[in-house]
Structures are given as structure tokens and as C-alpha cells.
Design a protein. Sequence first.
Length: 516
Amino acid sequence: MRRSADEPGVATDARSRPELGGVVLAVACAAQFMVVLDISVVNVALPSIQRALGFDSTSQQWVVNAYALTFAGLLPLGGRLADLFGRKRSYLLGLALFSGASLAGGLANSAGLLIAARAVQGVGAAVLAPATLTILTTTFPEGTQRTRALAMWTAVGIAGGTAGNLVGGVLTEYLSWRWTLLINVPIGTVAILLAARFVAADHTAGTRRRVDVPGAVLATAGLALLAYGIAQAGEQGWDAPSTLTGVLAGLALLGVFAVVESRFAAVPLIPSRLFRIRSVAAGNAAMLLAGACLNPMWMFLTLSMQNVLHYSPIQTGLAFLPHTVVQMAVGARVTPWLMRLLDGRVLIAAGALIAAAGFWWQGDLNPHSGYLTGILGPAIVFSIGSALVNTPLTTAVTSGVATEDAGAASGLMNTTKQVGGALGLAALVTVAATTTTTPEALAADYGRAFDVIAVLMVVVMATAFLLPPQRDRQRARRDASGDGRGSGRAARKAARNEHLIPGNRLHVTGTTTDLE
């Protein structure tokens, strides 16, 4: 009798069960698409939501912020849950919460219920997002297979972000704002059924099933307060009491969180040993800066199209199609091929420089710009650059991490990206602040924001060279995979010969072998 993929003893490595690799990749990418899509899909629908449920101009921001705050605040806990309770359980739990909250939000008949549903969506997303990456990094062995899987995962995530405005505009225009949330229900249902059948069960035998509750509370409260303070800065200024209170209280709680994690937590959410891995430390620094650029720029592009060029919501969504196509094509096809030829640091640096040039060009937009030179040209340039950055940076941040810490590393990466986006958005809103609303003045304000993004991408380029070189790890992988027997001995020998960085580890057929 054929065994189910979730029965004990069925291999989880893609080399052992190659026929399941595509299904697992599809399951992970579908969930990632929904998580990223819901960051932006409600933006175009906000006016319709305001009229339907009676939001005022101040409270409607919480349709977006309720999701963003719980998502960013709970990501460290979500990442650790995958390590402590299993990636499959975490995936199914997160997707069930996310899909159920989407249904509740889509059927909401009051402002309070919609905000509560969006907050629960954020909780589900915080559990789900790290689990999708953990499933990939533990299913596909390091090397070409993992690079291709991460490239597709990254490209789908990018597509979710860029498609949010288009999907939201189309659904709101032709169906209802409610479908910006309800669309997650059928996708989530199919993904749950496929994951239950094809994602192999992972066992945590020997691992104490304890959750670092004090750390989770401190991290969630600290990040939520910090994000709240940053959000207030965009509306009321950096010197407003609500801004200062939120930012200072958030930083204080995060400081206490660092002390608790390093000294008192038996099973920390983010083990301090992760930061002793050079690729994780430097990679998350670069990820923070990249998130501060690549996440907020979608909002400024949307505002530029609608407020400067006077595009309708549907026209704005359609104008984003080249961004999606270019990033998916380059991210899924070209970048993995280049990663076999070039050191990841070089690829990240080159991509960041190309993206900086595109953002600098985008900053020249004015009310008289045509689509070709005002939107399409810059889009092609910075989309190519960002697609070259994303996959090698994601690979660097998750490489050299032990299997038992894969979820924590994934949660850390996602948290870094979201916090970077929140910090960047608040800073850029301050840079673009104005008291006039003429198209010319708005174009100048948005142009300053894009110029700052270009400068930050140059800093990302410089930060890339803090990452360790990849050639030694690639040689170790080739030596270790050349003969299935004694692969652990081969890996250790390669490590001694090639002087790999301390703490680096190599995944070999679903196991983790110490290199040094």
C-alpha cells in the first residue's frame, strides 16, 4: 500500500522524493502569495470600505495597520513555532487562521469587526510566512535545487506585492471591496488540502516543546509599539507625543527582549548564535535596508500615478504589470542562472546599483511625463535590479543555519524586512511631506522620496560586501554531495581544508552536518 506523504518514514528531501518537489513548492508559494498580497490589496479599496462601514479619515488607516502591526510583531514567534512544533503544523495553523479571518473580514458589517479580522489575518500571516520558507529550506537541499525553489518563492512574493494594487482595483471595480479579502478563502482551502496530503510530517523528537512566552510578549509589544510610533510620525510628525511614546517604549521593550533572549530564555525565539553566523548578521542588515526601499516604493508609485498623472485605479493597477512581469522573469529565470556563475555578493551589489539608477530615474517624474519615460522605463531598470538582489540575499540570510534554527532564521528575515519597510515608509513620508497638493509640488515631493531610496540602495550595495564569499561553501557542497556515503566526513574535511566561517552548517539529504 502506498504511504501518505505525511506518514513517518517518508523522506522530506526533494532528492529522495523529486515527484513531490513541485507540489510542495506550489503549496509554499500559494501561501506566500496570499500573505504578501494582503499587505497592499486593500489600499485601492479603502474609499469603498470607508463608505460601506462608516470609517472616518483617521480610523480607516487601521484596515491596513491592524494587519501590518500583528504581522511584524508576531513574526519572531511564528518563526520559532515552526522549529518547536513542526513546519507542517505551523503551516496548516497559520493558513487556517489566515483564511478564516479573511472570510470574517469579507463578511464584516462593522468597522470594529473588520479591524479585528485584519488583526487575526496578521497573526495567521506571522505563523504562515516563516513556515513557507522553512518548508522550502528543509525540503530542497542546498545548491541548485534550493536556489531554484527560493527564486520561485521570491518571485511569487514579489508578484503578490506588485499585483495587490491591480487585484484590489479590479475586484473593487467589478465585484465588491469584500472580495479583496474573500479571494483568500478558496486559495487557502486548496492549499490546506494539498499541504495535508503532500507536505511530509516533521517530528520534533528530542526538542522541548516550550514557547518563549516572555520573549514573544516583549517582541510583539516592542515591535507593535515601534511600528505604531512610526505610523504616527507619518501623520503627526516625529516630535508628536504619540510618536515619541510609541518609538521610545518600543525600543525599550526590544532592549529588554534582547536581554531576556540572551540570558534567561530556555528556548529563545531568536537564538543569539544566529548572529554569530556572518551571512545571517550581514544579510539581515542588508535586508533591513532593502526593505526600507523596496516595500515603501509601491505606495509612492501608486500616489505618483494617481495624484500626478491622474490615473484611475484600474489604470494604476495595469501600469504595475511591467513591474510584475520583469521581476518574475528575471527573479525566476535569470537570477538563478547568474548565481551559478557569480558570487552572491557581486550579484547583490550589481542589482542594488541597477535599482538605484532606476529609482533615480523615477524621481524625475512630472505631470507632463508620458507612460514610456515616466513609468515603464524606470520600472524596467529598478525591477531588474531588485530581482537580482532578492534571491541571492534571501539565500545568504538562510544559509549556514542548522535545521533546528531554520524557522527562527526565516522569522528573523521576514521581521527584518517588515520592520525595514515600516521604518523606511515613515522616514520617506517625512521626506515627502508637503502643504501643497498641486501635481507639480507632489511630483517634486515624491521625487525626493525616490532619490532617498536610490541613495539607500547604494548603501545596500556597500553592505553586500560584508557577506562571506560563496565559493568555499559551494566547494564544500560539491565535495559533500559527490558521494552519498560518508557525506558527513566529506563535509567536515571540506570545512577543514577550506576554512569555512565558524558556525556554518551544510544541509545534506535532510540532515545538518557541522562544518566547523
